[in-house]
Design a protein around this ligand. Sequence first.
Ligand SMILES: Cc1cc2nc3c(=O)[nH]c(=O)nc-3n(C[C@H](O)[C@H](O)[C@H](O)COP(=O)(O)OP(=O)(O)OC[C@H]3O[C@@H](n4cnc5c(N)ncnc54)[C@H](O)[C@@H]3O)c2cc1C
Length: 598
Amino acid sequence: MTYRAPVADIAFALKYAAGFAPALAEGVYGDLAEDVVEAVIEEAGKFATDVLAPLNTIGDRSGTPFKDGSVTTPPGWKEAYHAWSKAGWNGLAAPAKWGGQELPSAVNAACTEMWNSAALAFGLGPLLTMAGIDALVAHGSDALKQAYLPKLVSGEWMGTMQLTEPQAGSDVGALRTRAERAGDGSYRITGQKIFITYGEHDLTDNIIHLVLARLPDAPAGTKGISLFLVPKFLLNADGSPGARNDARAHSIEHKLGIHASPTCTMVYGDQGGATGFLIGEENRGMACMFTMMNQARLSVGLQGVAIAERATQQALAYARERKQGRATEADSGGTQSGSSPIIAHPDVKRMLLTMRALTRAARAICYATAVALDRAHRGGDDAARKAAQERASLFTPVAKAFATDAGNEVASLGVQVHGGMGFIEETGAAQHLRDARILPIYEGTNGIQAIDLVTRKLPLAGGATVTTAIAEMKRTVAAVGAASDPAFGWTDIRLQDAVDSLERATHWLLGSAHNDLDAALAGATPYLRLFALALGGTLLAEEALAAKRLAGNSADAAARIAIARFFAENLAIQAGALERTVVEAADSVNTADAALSY
Ligand SMILES: Cc1cc2nc3c(=O)[nH]c(=O)nc-3n(C[C@H](O)[C@H](O)[C@H](O)COP(=O)(O)OP(=O)(O)OC[C@H]3O[C@@H](n4cnc5c(N)ncnc54)[C@H](O)[C@@H]3O)c2cc1C
């Protein structure tokens, strides 16, 4: 079963769950027309479905052989990449000044989902290039921008993002790669980076590495980190790739999934030091990297949505075909021999609905984060832009962690729906699960996202950012109640409970837990899930209300109401238990060392 981009669903979620339609109506996007957005999503969907999706299995099986320092990408990969970048997809959201189309981040988010559904290992490379473009646009000197941005935006060159070293993973401040001033304005970089995605490959004729390193006189920890642009090939006077820089891939990793994405160990300075150019100011590299990481974290969240969507499509198709047992329903589609398609069994329906509901909620949260980012860049005044930036900051860890956890849960359920065939590589369901497993780990593990949410994001604007978000959730719950439509079942009651739980847990974290950091840290992951259930549930309810408003009694409205209801009654209902875990169970974590002492 291959992938079909769900363009209608994607466009609907963007407009009505994520708040793109109101932003468009308010003029946040200038004179951008809705039909242009729909046409872009439609075209991206075609490319993802027709060109990229067929490469997914090929990439998984071929991997990226490494020989004599070079990486060969799977058959068809290069042609697809060139067709993709030639069509302008890489620069969709990049500034027009540098050759991009300057379309909204929210539209790019929709496209990012589709590239990654089609082939996650393919989508990962451009995702990092785009994040690098953002960092360079925000922090690079004019000379660096002019030399590198046009080719990065066009996709002629790809970028990498290099933080990780053997002793510095989550703890970036422990990195040791050194940068020395060369005296001519450039720097000499020496050291080793590990786990570098697309650190070496044959897709483009130059690779632009963004590398974190430390100057000899830098303060310890994250305050002493600087960001450098280190090209694989230094540039000739005419801007073309020239001499090879002193940077190389030493080896690639053998991995559980994303086999077609080369993960490289990089070595700098075999011959005295790679030439690097400072981005931003010395010792201010983390600020630059955060520009890059925030974009990349949202995009990794979108990878979670992407894999969930693909796994759901595949499981649904299988469940409609596979016949086993006899369903109790009269209209179960039973065959002459009496067996029913497994989709008729309530337990299989439950799995499929869970898959669809998690996917849709994760999509809504990720797209809402992208709309907040757009408002932060394009909003009417400083106050609106600042509030939107804080909202994007608050939502980013939730988008990254919830959507990637959802990707794993959904891919695992996808295997389960297939029964034994799910465990057999032939069906492809297993690849989704293997590919999904990295998502909660890279771009800051989901544990680190939860800590970020609780310690840095909740206190934003003195707590006003989260309070405003909760107030909006309450308005949606009230609107569901006011709709008085029996099709919503217990949706408003369950969502009200979830939002109340979120509100109480938030107050606890901002209040009493303030003086007990370990208690807050012990509850961070359940709190992030609680946040996502309340936010995801209310965004799905928004989507359902919009469908009801626009299409009355249509099948589409019925389907959206059904999924919002399923989410509220089966998933958001877990909020109360999560609240108690956050508020009451911290002690059971922090006093239980005895249980881990043997
Ligand atoms: C396939 C792949 C591709 C990657 N691509 C890139 C890339 O392109 N560029 C790049 O720079 N890196 C990349 N990485 C590295 C990735 O970002 C790191 O693996 C990740 O940040 C985690 O670091 P670590 O592996 O050292 O784990 P550790 O930091 O050792 O973490 C181990 C566990 O401890 C937890 N933990 C650690 N510290 C804390 C803490 N303070 N509080 C609570 N829990 C904590 C973590 O959540 C995790 O569960 C990639 C990794 C892989 C596997």
